[in-house]
Design a protein around this ligand. Structure first.
Ligand SMILES: C[S@@+](CC[C@H](N)C(=O)[O-])C[C@H]1O[C@@H](n2cnc3c(N)ncnc32)[C@H](O)[C@@H]1O
Length: 472
C-alpha cells in the first residue's frame, strides 16, 4: 500500500501573510493557491475519480491514462499521482465497507446537491481505514477538499466530525465488514452464490480484497529471472514478485526479457501449445500479452484487434520484447484471411475475474452486460471457426467468472457445430489444482486459487479456458 510517510505533508509552500506572496484575487486563483497545499490536489483528484467511476461508469485506467490526465490530475504533481491512484483503488476495492461505515456515521444521509461531498468522504475514509496515512492528514485534507468545492463547502464541519468518528470506531467497522455482503455489488454477490455456492462465493469476494500480485511471463529461464528479481516461480510457470518498484526499473525490462501478465492470463497460450512456424491468429489481441507468448514460441502470428489505439500499445510492447507479429485492425467477427493452424480467441468479456486488479469492474458492470457480451463472443467464435483449417486447434478464454461467457458459451458452440470437439485440459500438467477442471474438460480458474498466508503471494485472476479442435 502507498506509504505517505509525511512526504506530502511538509510545510505549506505558499505563505499568505504580509511577508509572503500576495493574496489571490479571483476564485480560480484562490482555488489554485489552495490546491498547492501539499497532498491536497491528490485528494481532490482521487475523490473526483471515485465519483467518475461510480456515477459515470468510467474505468480507473481511463481516468489515470496520460491522455485524460489533464482533466482530473492536471494540478497533481507527478509524485502524487501514485498516491491519488492508491486512494481511488482501495476506495473502490472496499467501497461497500466504506459506504456502510459512512451511512452509520451520517445517520440522516447526505444532503441532495452536495457536489463532491460523498466522494470526499469516501476518499478520506479509504485513507483512514486502509492506507498507511496519518489520520490527521486524511481528515485535514478532506476538510480542505470540501471547502474547495462550492457545493460541499458548507459541509466542511460535517466532514471533520464524520471522519473523526470513523477514526474512533475504525476497529468496529473493520471487524463487522463482510467481503460478499459489503464489498461486492448485490447483483454479483447473488449471482456468485447461485453459481458457486455460499462458501466459494465468499472465498472469491475475500480474494478480491487482496492487493494483486505482480506476475511476469519470461521468455526463458524463469528460475534465473525469479532469482534476479527476488521473486519465485509459480507452479504454473509465471514469476511472481512482491515489489512496489516501478516496473520499467526492474532488471530485464529494458532488455525485453519479460512482460507483466497475470498467472491465469498466461495459461490459454500454454494450452494452445503452438509450434515454431505455425500460422496462428490471435483474435482480440491487444495489448498483446498473449501475442507475445505466441511470437516467443516461434509462431507466425497475426494479431487482430478492433481498437487501433490498443494495437499501438501492442506494437510498442512487441518492439520492447524484440518480437514480431502481423498487426491488423478489424472486427474479429468479420476478419478475412487464409485458414490458420491455430486460433486464440481471448474474447471481450465482463472481466469480473479481474476485480483484484481492477476493483472498478464490479461497480461499472451491469447485469445486462453479460448477455450482451455473450452474444458478441458467440459471433466471434462462430466466425473464428471459419478461419480455422480442418484439424486446426482453437483456444477460447475469458477473464470472467460468469458461465454465460465460459462453460455455457462453449456448450452452445458445440451444439451449433457438430464438427468441433472439446479437448480435455489437464490442470495438473499446468501446475493447477485438480479442482480447476470443469466436468466437460475446460478450466475454471477462481481468484482464491494458489492459496498463501501472504496476501501479496496468493490468488490469480478468474478465467475460463476451453480447448477445441475442428475435425478434419
Ligand atoms: C480481453 S482483451 C484482450 C487481451 C489480450 N489478448 C492480451 O492478452 O493482452 C479483449 C480485446 O478485444 C478487443 N475487441 C473487442 N471487440 C472486438 C471485436 N469485435 N473484434 C476484435 N477485437 C475486439 C478489445 O479491443 C480488447 O483489446
Amino acid at each position: 500500500m502507498t506509504k505517505d510517510k509525511g512526504r506530502s505533508f511538509g510545510r505549506p509552500v505558499h505563505k499568505t501573510g504580509p511577508a509572503g506572496k500576495a493574496r489571490p484575487h479571483t476564485a480560480e486563483q484562490a482555488a489554485a493557491e489552495a490546491l498547492a497545499h501539499p497532498g491536497l490536489a491528490a485528494r481532490v483528484a482521487a475523490a473526483a475519480i471515485i465519483g467518475d467511476v461510480v456515477q459515470g461508469g468510467h474505468t480507473l485506467d481511463e481516468k489515470f491514462a496520460a491522455e485524460t490526465a489533464p482533466s482530473r490530475l492536471s494540478g497533481v504533481a507527478e509524485r502524487d499521482r501514485g498516491l491519488a491512484r492508491s486512494i481511488a483503488t482501495v476506495a473502490l476495492r472496499r467501497l461497500g465497507t466504506i459506504r456502510l461505515a459512512l451511512s452509520q456515521l451520517v445517520e440522516k444521509g447526505l444532503p441532495r446537491n452536495c457536489g463532491a461531498l460523498e466522494w470526499i468522504l469516501v476518499a478520506g475514509a479509504a485513507q483512514i481505514l486502509f492506507l498507511d496515512i496519518p489520520d490527521h492528514a486524511a481528515v485535514d485534507l478532506a476538510v480542505r477538499a470540501a471547502r474547495l468545492d462550492s457545493k460541499s463547502a458548507g459541509f466542511a464541519n460535517l466532514v471533520n466530525g464524520v471522519l473523526r468518528n470513523l477514526i474512533r470506531r475504525r476497529d468496529e467497522f473493520l471487524e463487522q465488514s463482510d467481503p460478499l455482503e459489503d464489498d461486492t455489488p448485490h447483483w454479483l454477490a447473488a449471482r456468485w452464490r447461485r453459481i458457486y455456492g455460499e462458501e466459494r462465493a465468499l472465498a472469491i469476494a475475500a480474494a478480491h480484497r487482496d492487493e494483486p500480485t505482480l506476475d511476469l511471463t519470461v521468455k526463458s529461464d524463469p528460475e534465473v529471472w525469479a532469482e534476479k528479481l527476488g521473486g519465485r516461480v509459480l507452479p504454473t510457470g509465471s514469476v511472481r514478485l512482491d515489489t512496489h518498484a516501478p516496473i520499467p526499473e526492474l532488471p530485464g525490462y529494458a532488455e525485453g526479457e519479460w512482460w507483466v501478465q497475470d498467472a491465469s492470463a498466461a495459461l490459454p497460450v500454454r494450452v494452445l501449445a503452438v509450434l515454431p512456424g505455425e500460422r496462428v491468429l490471435d483474435l482480440c489481441a491487444a495489448p498483446g500479452g498473449k501475442t507475445a507468448q505466441l511470437a516467443s514460441a516461434g509462431a507466425k502470428v497475426t494479431a487482430l484487434d478492433r481498437s487501433a489505439e490498443r494495437l499501438k500499445v501492442l506494437a510498442a510492447n512487441l518492439a520492447r520484447l524484440k518480437l514480431e507479429a502481423t498487426i491488423a485492425v478489424g472486427d474479429a467477427a468479420q476478419f478475412k484471411a487464409e485458414p490458420f493452424d491455430a486460433i486464440l480467441v481471448d474474447a471481450p468479456c465482463s472481466a469480473t475475474g479481474t476485480a483484484r486488479r481492477c476493483p472498478d469492474v464490479p461497480w461499472i458492470k451491469k447485469p445486462g452486460d453479460i448477455a450482451a457480451l455473450a452474444a458478441i463472443q458467440a459471433r466471434i467464435l462462430d466466425h473464428a471457426l471459419t478461419l480455422l483449417k480442418p484439424g486446426g486447434r482453437m483456444v477460447y478464454c475469458t477473464c470472467s467468472l460468469e458461465p454465460e461467457e465460459g462453460e455455457a458459451q462453449i456448450a452452445a458452440l458445440l451444439r451449433r457445430n457438430p464438427d468441433v470437439s472439446h479437448q480435455r485440459i489437464d490442470p495438473l500438467a499446468l501446475g493447477l489444482p485438480e479442482q480447476a477442471a470443469t466436468a466437460e474438460g475446460g478450466l475454471r480458474l477462481l481468484p482464491d486459487f494458489l492459496p498463501d498466508p501472504d496476501p501479496r503471494q496468493r490468488g490469480l485472476d478468474g478465467f475460463y479456458v476451453a480447448s477445441l479442435k475442428k475435425l478434419g
